[in-house]
Design a protein around this ligand. Sequence first.
Ligand code: BGC
Length: 917
Amino acid sequence: MKIKFLILLLGIGLFASAQVTITNLRCEMLKNPLGIDATQPRFSWQLESSERNVAQTSYQIIVSTNEQKLKTDEGDVWNSGIVSENTSLLKNYNGKALQSTTKYFWKVKVITNKGEAQLNETAIFSTGLLNESGWKAKWIGYDKASAWDSITTWSRLSARYLRKEFQSTSAIKRATVYIAGLGMYELYINGTKIGDQVLAPNPTDYRKSFFYNTHDVTETIKKGNNAIAAVLGNGRFFTMRQNYKTYKINTFGYPKLLLQLEIEYADGSKKIIVSDKSWKLNVDGPIRTNNEYDGEEYDATKEFIGWNNAGFNDSKWLQPELVTAPAGKIRAQFSKPMKVKQTIKPVSIKKIGEGKYILDMGQNFAGWLQLQNIKGKKGDKIAMKFAESLQSNGALFTANLRDAKVTDVYTFGNSALGIEGWHPSFVYHGFRYVEISGFPGIATVNNFEGQLVYDDVETTGSFETSNQTINAIYKNAWWGIASNYKGMPIDCPQRNERQPWLGDRVIGQQGESFMFDNANLYAKWMDDIQQSQNAEGAIPDVAPAFWNYYSDDVTWPAAFITISNNLYNQFGDSKPIQKNYAAMKKWMLYMKEKYLVHDIMTKDKYGDWCVPPENLHLIHAKDSSRLTDGKLIATAYYYKLLSYMQRFAKMTGNDADAKDYAVWADNIKVAFQKTFYNPVQRSYSNNTITANLLPLYFGICPDSLKEKVFENIYNKIHVESNDHISTGLIGTQYLMRGLTEYDNTNLAFKLASNTTYPSYGYMVANGATTIWELWNGNTADPNMNSQNHVMMLGDLLTWYYENLAGIRTDKTEVGFKKIMMKPSVPDELQFVNAAYKSVYGIIKSEWKKNEQTFEWHISIPANTTATVYIPAKSLSDVLESGNVLAKAEGVSDMKWENGKAVIHIASGNYTFKSQMK
Ligand code: BGC
């Protein structure tokens, strides 16, 4: 008894003294991932504590196939031993070779300067099929069109329904399905839909690679007779436009299925069910057509009642064909699947005719409309057409959708639509308004629900200021970015395009990475880009290359390098760089050899894409994107990319390459100055903002000229553009940071908070609920005018977080292990409240000011440190929680620098107060 009591006391004592917990265990940046195919998965964790100054001193990772053994620290596959390191990101597995289709348990033990950290969770991961030989399944499908299909410009192909029944006997220990259903699948076992992913798997260039997904179905399989069933839709595999512009549009074949169900019984025996000729197939079911541009048609009179349950009579169904495998390599999907992430209640419905209504969702977004609680007669058809805005006469504005039909049709069968309702399975739409026709009875908003669909990435940032325009733009940006995550970042979700254009994200990805945990989404995209590289080394402007655009531009493919760089900075993930360094180098060499003439990059395709058209008169050109010389843009960009390549070369042990890049860069710098700097006018090229900004921001401009060159930019904005934005996609990528770096935070703030044309706020003032493709989105030609496009965000969100909130990572200790807290404070802003869930934990910056004082709450996570820049009158004017800095716990290294108190802080929460005047 006594001993027990003592142990209990000791236990409590330990618990109390630790005060540090280990949280957020991640494997390959995912929580408890299933079916991974990394042979050396990487482990990460975070530490949490309410105390200041918590630092990890060592860790020990243990991995086991046995959960019980793990509890006693027995790692039958890996025990890292005690590793004296203070980082906790992406630690490589280094144990026995991992086995296919196996479940592993893991934990981490952490010692900190405050004692041992407490672990409350055990984590798992499981492997998929690590070798292709593990696949016993066969590809099955139906490689032809039916009489009711149409393989033309507006292609129509009915969904494929596949099913199989099987017996299961004794108690099941674990059952797992590995499925590649291309283009997209829905999976059922015994009538239950498996998983909450939608539009799965994520799209790839199927000639290069494609994904399978893994699902744990242990609970769904029962003793006796079972049915497994899948529906296949087209996705990008059987693409939206068939036999049309075939030089440009790639398609990959008819939908097909590869499925393997592995059942492990408690007695140790195993059973495998695979896709093969023993399955049954039907292509004459309820989904009559599914086309991402044109919509989905569902005819409930064609439903096969009970088809995905055991006991269904499928004697009239066909035998599927054994079909050829896609050319690409099969891989486990490591980026998150899409899901219904949020539901949206319509704000109004207006009757415009018999059975005809206009529904307003109150928000432009991408996903679909769910029909619910509707009674119809057999054969009644409800058609839904989607659009982003209305014409002045109240009808849908569809001119900007180009030839996309974006119409879903539901035909009633015998049963009414209950609360679970209906929504399409294999398409999505970008919309705010819906025209409903053929509605039986009287429609109300309760008959509809909007469902926002995007990748299952966490929203990691929150941001609020005293300025309502800045806040509204932030919100619109969130909706725009979420809408355009579709297993890859696409340009827009509504018209007949929806392509993963590289240029749109070159810098935007960085701002997005504060808002969303997009690490795996973009790591996957880096693979897509690598796979799109052709034999010569060219990288296209769209990847995966669903469209062939090998134009040898610099500024679009730059995404491969800038985003890989940011994935390392923001998330500490160096894998995209390690993995793709050779491909990046190949592209740099390809461009150099083909287009670098006398050290000037002579090839550019897009210019400063989408400058406000009013500036056209300045150059008397037809295309506003040509306002700034394309050679200047391409050369400056190529120069900048060489600096990233130097970093990557050093990281990958290619030091000789780093030296080469430095030499090329030096030569380019000289040539750039000679070619584009005009000593008479003391400006670059034709003196546009972008022409001056790139050499200034990229470090090409000599120090002695910087002041004058910045003055050119300032005058262009202040005098010529009346304090308004007037750059296109390229200039806008550096504008906010450029102005701030040159001590013009107030001008940057003006651009960010304007509500008159052209500005982000102008979009808001004109009813935008996302970000427009064009500054003049309300008046421009509808042909290229999406109302949900994020490319013009440029560096705005980066500026919100890094400059206004002042949260950024140190670039040597990446992933926010070491943080720089340095807000730029515009005169007109009274407060900023920002939080960011970094890979080390939550960082907060909440400042407010008045004429005299600046008050700032900072939180930085356990096991990180920060350098903090506090606006103040003097060092001694700064108080932390009422104490002078010298007496504040966790504060050290105080110095006075450029009108700011610069200090070092250990982890924890702090409140600083300083005198501004
Ligand atoms: C897309 C853009 C893209 C551009 C490049 C447009 O149609 O929507 O986002 O970057 O083309 O040509």
